[in-house]
Design a protein around this ligand. Structure first.
Ligand SMILES: Nc1nc2c(ncn2[C@@H]2O[C@H](COP(=O)(O)OP(=O)(O)O)[C@@H](O)[C@H]2O)c(=O)[nH]1
Ligand SMILES: [Mg+2]
Length: 236
């Protein structure tokens, strides 16, 4: 996508604030501090568009950004941050569920995992929730600039197993600092925004390897099961 305009649209604290038009949505989700806002800024090419912070647990609202007047990028509140009152955590959970299960739910959810850390129970819960609801999603490992080459290879292999990808396939891995992996991520986003079928080549594993074209989760996987993402029951 050749970005010509990008602007902050709305900070939604209640479902009534969500945009109601038919434009596609790309949502960034993941633990607090995983790098959602930084990745959004990198993707959209404007530092400071979404607020980033060294202090976790800051974002309470769903922040919508409108790109080229035709697609929303949505910066969601992070989960997994312990020092949050129960009441706020419950509000967050209800708001995110209302968004994910509502009519304007994302066409593509980017689930971010910090490449340096093991995924948590809450990461697993979110992934299962997205799969159960048939929301198209893509796992994206963040902050890969912090890994050595050998650590990166190991991390990609471990993450592929965690997600359950077939052998030879790896998740996307990006750095908001160096821009590593950003073009590959854009290819996925462009494909979804263009409304083409949900297939893509996997990110090439380091050192080569087969990359079978395997469709990822699609909307046809919708089951109607109300699993409910409990993210933040114990920690936000
Ligand atoms: N080295 C490195 N640091 C990053 C990267 N992305 C984010 N960070 C840092 O991680 C912290 C949290 O980032 P932020 O985007 O606010 O995370 P969010 O809470 O998920 O929105 C900030 O200090 C960022 O500068 C990255 O790709 N590489
Ligand atoms: Mg943020």
């Amino acid at each position: 996508m050749n970005i010509t305009t990008r602007q902050f649209h709305v900070s939604a604290m209640r479902p009534e604030d969500f945009p109601r038009d038919a434009r596609p949505h790309v949502a960034l989700m993941g633990r607090s501090n995983v790098g959602k806002s930084s990745l959004l800024n990198r993707l959209l090419g404007e530092r400071g568009l979404a607020r980033t912070s060294k202090a976790p647990g800051r974002t309470r609202a769903l922040n919508f950004f409108l790109v080229n007047e035709r697609v929303y990028f949505v910066d969601l509140p992070g989960y997994g941050y312990a020092r949050v009152p129960d009441r706020v955590r419950e509000e967050w959970k209800d708001l995110v569920e209302a968004y994910l299960a509502g009519p304007g739910r994302p066409d593509l959810a980017l689930q971010l995992l910090d490449a340096r850390h093991e995924p948590t129970e809450l990461d697993r819960e979110l992934l299962e929730w997205l799969e159960t609801r048939g929301v198209r999603h893509e796992i994206v490992l963040t902050k890969v600039d912090k890994l050595s080459r050998s650590d990166k290879t190991r991390t990609l292999t471990r993450a592929a197993r965690w997600i359950g990808l077939p052998p030879g396939r790896h998740p996307l891995a990006v750095s908001a600092v160096t821009g590593d992996g950003i073009p590959a991520l854009w290819r996925v986003i462009d494909e979804v925004c263009a409304g083409r079928p949900a297939t893509r080549e996997s990110a090439a594993p380091p050192g080569g390897g087969a990359s079978p074209k395997t469709p990822r989760a699609t909307r046809s996987g919708e089951t109607g099961v109300r699993a409910g993402f409990q993210g933040g029951r114990n920690t936000l």
